[in-house]
Design a protein around this ligand. Structure first.
Ligand code: PEP
Ligand code: MN
Length: 349
C-alpha cells in the first residue's frame, strides 16, 4: 500500500503515518519525491487493513494498494525515474552510457590497454570480472583477489570507474573497496542473502536478470536491495533462456520497455551475453538503446582469441570503436545522446 502525502504535509503528519503503520506491525519506506512524500506500507498482509485507516489522517492526499508483487521498484511508489549520479556520470537521466571491458580480468596489461581503448571510444565505466560464475567448475574461475588488485591498480592509473561482479557475501567488503558499481550476475539474481548484504553496501548495484526469471521476479529481487535501504539499483537485461539456440540467450527487448513502464529504476542491456557471438553484438546493442535502455554493458578484449572467458562474444578494439560510432547515431536519433568519458571530463552532465 502507498500513502501519498499532500505537498504541504508537515513532517509530523508524515511521522504519524509511519507510526501508525509500525503500530499495525508493518514496515515503511519513504520516497522523498520532488514535491510530495510517498510512504510505502510494507508487509505480507497489508490487505488485512482498510486503506481508510491512513486516508483519514491529516496531510494524506490518497492511499492506494500496489497490486504488483514488487513494491519499492514499482512506479506506484516512485513515479519519477531514479537517476544514479556518480562522479559526473548519470544513469537513467538524459544520456545513454556505455560500460565496456573484458569478461574476466586477466592481467594489468590487458586491463590497461582495454581501459584506454574503451575510454577513447567513449565508454565511461570499465568492466572486468575478478570472481567469475562459470557454468563448469573446470572452467577459469577468475583471478579472485589478484583480479581485484589489478582493477584497483588500473583504476588508480586511469581514473576510470569500474564495475565488477560480487558472487559471495564473504567477498563483498573486498569487492566494494575497489568497485564503483557492484554487479550481481544472472545466476545470483535470486541469491537473497547476497542481495540483502548489498542492500547496505552504499554502492550502486547492477542487478542482472536471471537466466529464466520473469520481469516480476527480477523486480522483486530489486525490492530486496531497495528494502534494505540501497536506492542505487540499476537493472540489466542480459538475455533469457528460450527455445531459440541461434543466439546464446534471447535478448528480451520487450522487457526493457516493460521495465521502463512499470519501474522507476534505470535499466542497462548486455548485448554480449545475449548474442554469444561478436558479429551479433552491434545489432542487439542498437536495438536495446532504441527500446529505451539507459545504457549498455559490452564485452571488449584486446585479443578475443586469447580471452580466458567469453572470447567469442567479445569485440576487438576496432569493432568496439565502430560500434560506438553507430551507437552515437542511434542514441542521438532517440534523443538520449551518449555520455562519453570525454564529455564527463569536460563537465557535460
Ligand atoms: C558477465 O558479465 O561476465 C557474466 C557472467 O554475466 P551474466 O551473469 O549475465 O551471465
Ligand atoms: Mn562474460
Amino acid at each position: 500500500m502507498v500513502v501519498e502525502m499532500k505537498s504541504k504535509a508537515t513532517p509530523e503528519q508524515v511521522q504519524a503515518v509511519v507510526d501508525r503503520a509500525h503500530a499495525l506491525g508493518f514496515g515503511t519506506q519513504l520516497n522523498l519525491g520532488t514535491n510530495k512524500i510517498v510512504v510505502a506500507i510494507l508487509g505480507s498482509d497489508t490487505g488485512r487493513v482498510p486503506t481508510d485507516i491512513f486516508a483519514v489522517m491529516p496531510g494524506v492526499e490518497s492511499v492506494k494498494r500496489i497490486m504488483k508483487p514488487y513494491k519499492l521498484a514499482a512506479r506506484d511508489f516512485r513515479p519519477e525515474p531514479t537517476v544514479i549520479s556518480y562522479r559526473g556520470l548519470e544513469i537513467g537521466g538524459r544520456y545513454s552510457v556505455v560500460m565496456a571491458g573484458p569478461c574476466s580480468v586477466e592481467s594489468v596489461e590487458q586491463m590497461l590497454l582495454t581501459a584506454h581503448a574503451v575510454r577513447e571510444a567513449g565508454a565511461c565505466v570499465l568492466r572486468g570480472g575478478a570472481y567469475k560464475p562459470r557454468t563448469s567448475p573446470f572452467s577459469f574461475q577468475g583471478l579472485g583477489e589478484l583480479g581485484l588488485d589489478i582493477l584497483a591498480e588500473v583504476k588508480r592509473r586511469t581514473g576510470m570507474p569500474v564495475i565488477t561482479e560480487v558472487m559471495d557475501p564473504r567477498h563483498l567488503e573486498a569487492v566494494a573497496e575497489v568497485a564503483d558499481f557492484l554487479q550481481v550476475g544472472a545466476r545470483n539474481m535470486q541469491n537473497y542473502p547476497l542481495l540483502r548484504e548489498l542492500g547496505h553496501c552504499g554502492k550502486p548495484v547492477v542487478l542482472k536478470r536471471g537466466l529464466s526469471a520473469t520481469v516480476e521476479e527480477w523486480l522483486e529481487a530489486a525490492d530486496y536491495l531497495l528494502a534494505e535501504g540501497n536506492d542505487q539499483v540499476i537493472l540489466c537485461e542480459r538475455g533469457i533462456r528460450t527455445f531459440e539456440t541461434s543466439t546464446r540467450f534471447t535478448l528480451d527487448v520487450g522487457a526493457i520497455a516493460v521495465v521502463k513502464r512499470n519501474s522507476h529504476l534505470p535499466v542497462l542491456a548486455d548485448p554480449s551475453h545475449a548474442a554469444g557471438h561478436y558479429e551479433l553484438v552491434p545489432a542487439l546493442a542498437r536495438a536495446a538503446l532504441a527500446a529505451g535502455a539507459d545504457g549498455l554493458l559490452i564485452e571488449v578484449h584486446p585479443n578475443p582469441v586469447q580471452a580466458l572467458s567469453d572470447g567469442l562474444q567479445s569485440l576487438t578494439f576496432s569493432d568496439f570503436r565502430r560500434l560506438m560510432g553507430e551507437l552515437k547515431s542511434t542514441a542521438e536519433a532517440i534523443g538520449r545522446p551518449l555520455l562519453t568519458a570525454q564529455a564527463i571530463a569536460g563537465g557535460a552532465s
